[in-house]
Design a binder for this molecule. Structure first.
Ligand code: ZN
Ligand code: ZN
Length: 369
């Protein structure tokens, strides 16, 4: 099948003065539009739950003023935190590999021309000599994304839905229409936490009115149906979120992404599912940061830059080019510093703007089949 090389920003072809849209571009636009349906569904459910709780329950059903006020205050607190963390999970752009992980132009051309995998690997080995890479493919090769044309940093994976390489990719979540990864993992955990709090609060406070409607102790008004549904929907969401939330808390404690839980990362010394685990406390700090006062706020406080991560296995590998970045060999796992990078590695952060632009740049240059 032939490949169409389409110029940047204009995924259209001109025929006789008329603009004909490339079918793949139209298809992609449709897919992007449809991908928002789960988010819109959640937003509609949340809007209705707000109306049902505030208007139908608090204003029309609850007789006591004091009870109304207490419920409204706690409801709005959990509502704001839930919406804030949901918003941040949806709209935080996934972090991509920085320019250091792109092959230089000459090597890239050489890599594309080269057909033998061994020779391609040789090019990659040369290019990665000074990069802090500790993980490999299952076959022991350098992890390279042919689609994005970048060397994948540790824990980075290509997301086919976002069509980009995402740092410390956890999974692509349709309910937030975004990739959950290094840049928004904390927000995602908080989103699960606050949605659970929101649903639990609603279910707990609605329960007595739910029973009263059921036993005909309250007048048979239209509020009855809102209260009945409010309880059912909140209880249903509680059950489903609880399992997901507990699973992700367990992953945070182990310093594992969902992808790594299914397929253990492969280091030069072999695969190890606990390769990135630094001990419970430090694993928590990797995602939530050192300062506890920010743990419950959807503000980015995760440690590191998403490109390199401290590993307990790295010490026993004699081939490490950047061993100074990693924990010292004579330290126990508990002594391992939680901060993954020394100052010398911060050059990787230097061109943040470029890092964010890598995907844009690649997209502009990309081909469409
Ligand atoms: Zn990629
Ligand atoms: Zn994605």
């Amino acid at each position: 099948m032939g490949v169409w090389y389409v110029t940047s920003r204009k995924h259209s072809l001109r025929f006789g003065g008329r603009v004909k849209m490339a079918p793949t571009h139209v298809l992609r636009c449709c897919q992007r539009g449809l991908a928002w349906i789960p988010v819109i569904f959640i937003a509609l459910v949340v809007c209705w739950s707000y109306y049902a709780y505030v208007v139908e329950l608090c204003i029309f059903t609850i007789p006591s003023i004091a009870e109304k006020i207490i419920y409204m205050v706690f409801f709005h607190l959990s509502f704001v935190m839930f919406v804030w963390s949901y918003w941040k999970t949806i709209f935080t752009r996934p972090a991509n590999p920085s320019k250091e992980f792109c092959l230089p132009k000459a090597e890239k051309e050489q890599y594309v021309k080269e057909e033998r995998p061994e020779s391609q690997q040789e090019i990659l080995w040369r290019a990665t000599a000074n990069l802090p890479l500790y993980t490999r493919t299952g076959a022991g090769a350098i992890r390279y994304c042919d689609r994005c044309q970048v060397i994948k940093p540790d824990r980075c994976h290509h997301c086919s839905a976002c069509d980009m390489c995402v740092l410390k990719m956890d999974h692509h979540c349709p309910w937030v229409n975004n990739c959950v990864g290094f840049s928004n993992y904390k927000f995602f955990i908080l989103f699960l936490c606050y949605s659970l709090v929101y649903c639990l609060f609603i279910a707990a406070t609605v329960l007595q009115y739910f029973i009263k409607f059921w036993t005909n102790e309250l007048p048979d008004t239209h509020a009855k149906f809102h209260v009945l549904f409010l309880f059912f929907v909140a209880a249903m969401f509680c059950i489903s979120i609880l399992s997901l939330f507990s699973y992700h808390l367990w992953l945070v404690g182990k310093n594992r992404s969902t992808i790594e839980a299914f397929r253990a990362p492969v280091f030069r010394t072999g695969s190890d599912k606990n390769g990135f685990s630094l001990g419970f406390g430090k694993n928590i700090a990797q995602v939530f940061g050192d300062e506890r006062k920010f743990w419950l706020l959807p503000i980015f406080t995760s440690q590191g830059d998403g490109l390199t991560f401290p590993s307990r296995l790295v010490n026993i590998d004699p081939e490490q080019p950047t061993v100074s970045l990693q924990p010292e060999a004579n330290k126990s796992i508990e002594d391992v510093p939680a901060s993954p990078l020394s100052e010398s590695q911060n050059h990787l952060l230097g061109n943040e703007q470029h890092a964010n632009n890598v995907t844009e740049h690649l997209e502009n240059d990309s081909s469409w089949e």
